[in-house]
Write a protein that binds this ligand. Structure first.
Ligand code: SAM
Length: 226
């Protein structure tokens, strides 16, 4: 059977692309502090969907002792939205692009939001940020899948080992929430549930129909660590 979780390589899978991208966004922000950059999947309502899901369904983590990490945080917008929605957990955004981390830090400083950012490649085995109650991914696995990179002695694809990165940094009974535009719900579930993670819920988005085939342009799925 064809492995539909293998995507063709693209420049969106390179660190250089994201460094250049966020370097431009930083300049724009310096010139216009209202311009906090592109919000991935905004048109599809995905960020709103993810924030609402966390605020409404993961309320047990809405306190200063809990923690959220956003993988491939970009401009940090998802975490800023959570903060603006009175979510009180400690928030950390991680990205391998130093430009992204600087950009998101600049925005947090300007807005005086207590959100922290750090630079790391999430596949680096030396990266041990601790364990979090909520791990979020908005469009990051999509970008990772376009890198064509492999890790470890067995040359496993980064998509294949992605679930083990989540398992390493998610607390038991914690939630991993991911939104993707490159993978279907079924593919995401196949990629993520290879070890300790089990599906808990999916977020519904408007469905389009083309040529008699029904589909959604994006999907968000929540998983719980057993
Ligand atoms: C499609 S963008 C999404 C950014 C952000 N989550 C958003 O919704 O706006 C993908 C992000 O993942 C980051 N990224 C890609 N591979 C990464 C890796 N191996 N480790 C950490 N960050 C990575 C990129 O630098 C980029 O910021």
């Amino acid at each position: 059977m064809e492995d539909t979780t293998r995507l063709n390589e693209s420049k969106l899978g390179t660190k250089k692309y994201w460094d250049d991208f966020y370097s431009v966004e930083r300049v724009n922000f310096k010139e216009n502090p209202e311009d906090t950059g592109e919000c991935w999947f905004e048109d599809n309502g995905a960020e709103e969907g993810m924030v609402n899901f966390i605020v409404e369904n993961l309320n047990e983590f809405n306190n200063k002792e809990s923690s959220v990490i956003d993988l491939g945080t970009g401009n940090g917008h998802l975490l800023f939205e959570l903060y603006e929605n009175d979510f009180e957990a400690n928030m950390l955004g991680v990205d391998y692009s130093a430009e992204s981390v600087q950009f998101a830090t600049d925005i947090a400083k300007a807005k005086e939001y207590p959100v922290k950012f750090t630079q790391a490649d999430i596949f680096d085995s030396n990266w041990t940020p601790g364990e979090f109650d909520i791990v979020a991914d908005k469009g990051t696995l999509d970008a990772i899948a376009l890198s064509g990179l492999t890790v470890g002695e067995n040359n496993q694809s980064v998509v294949e080992v992605y679930h083990s990165v989540i398992e390493k940094i998610l607390k038991k009974n914690g939630t991993f929430l991911i939104t993707s535009c490159n993978f279907t719900e079924e593919e995401l579930i196949r990629i993520i549930t290879k070890g300790q993670l089990a599906v808990s819920e999916t977020i519904e988005y408007p469905v389009f129909e083309f040529g008699g085939v029904k589909g959604s342009t994006i999907c968000s799925v929540a998983f719980v660590k057993k």
